[in-house]
Write a protein that binds this ligand. Sequence first.
Ligand code: NAP
Length: 248
Amino acid sequence: MHDFTDTNVLITGGTRGIGRSMVQAFAEAGANVAFTFRSSTDEAEALKKQLSNAGTEVLAFQGDAAQMEAAEEAIGGVVDAWGSLDVLINNAGITKDGLMLRMSEDDWDAVINVNLKSVFNFAKASYRQFMRQRGGVMLNMSSVVGVMGNPGQTNYAASKAGIIGFSKSLAKELGGRGVRVNVIAPGYVATEMTEELSDKARDAMLDAIPLGRPAEPEDVAQAALFLASPAAAYITGHVLHVDGGLAM
Ligand code: NAP
């Protein structure tokens, strides 16, 4: 595994699920780790304590990733404290599922704002810093649903497909500055987000996964470590499917 000592990493939505697993994986690999969250204050405090007890430099920022101010505060906080931002992982996300017929405008707006606008916010707030550094890595969390679609998830699918187009465009803008932008598209990952799935939906999903099991958050964290490392130095604008073969 690559050693991330002296590497400054910021992960949005770091208190639970995939984000938390990435926070832990980068910390174990030696990185200084900052994370954001919106409402899970207790989990954030506990995680911060656990990491600093283990000797990790850690920062936590509370704020709604859908708001530009939250992005500016977190990016500015990392750069002020540590001098650079080496890896930005836009992971914060929500679902508000429902068939189109019943989907409210509020549910559409909330999902687009938290999942897609947040990526714009954090990319915008870090753009100049990445340009100045002439280096850095951005990873944006999409989903198999953004690639394949899913009934009842038009808002979520639109946000996750949007992330792919956004990231490819940004990879083309920033490539000349040595900044890599990639996308991770997980399949079905066992987290609180997927706990709400019905048994029927879960069984159907499992039947369609060639590897025959859901991902653990660590499976996604390992992909993030790889894409953030020099082992992936020639990879940009890529969508890495971490889905057990679901989206073939
Ligand atoms: P999760 O367990 O629900 O955790 C979501 C994290 O995001 C929490 O730390 C949450 O913190 C934070 N968050 C939510 N809204 C936020 C906001 N507005 N501002 C700041 N932080 C916010 O989700 P997960 O399953 O780990 O999913 C993580 C990412 O992977 C998401 O983008 C999701 O769409 C994507 N993904 C998940 C799956 C899956 O099967 N689980 C599959 C494909 C893609 P608070 O509780 O404090 O808000």
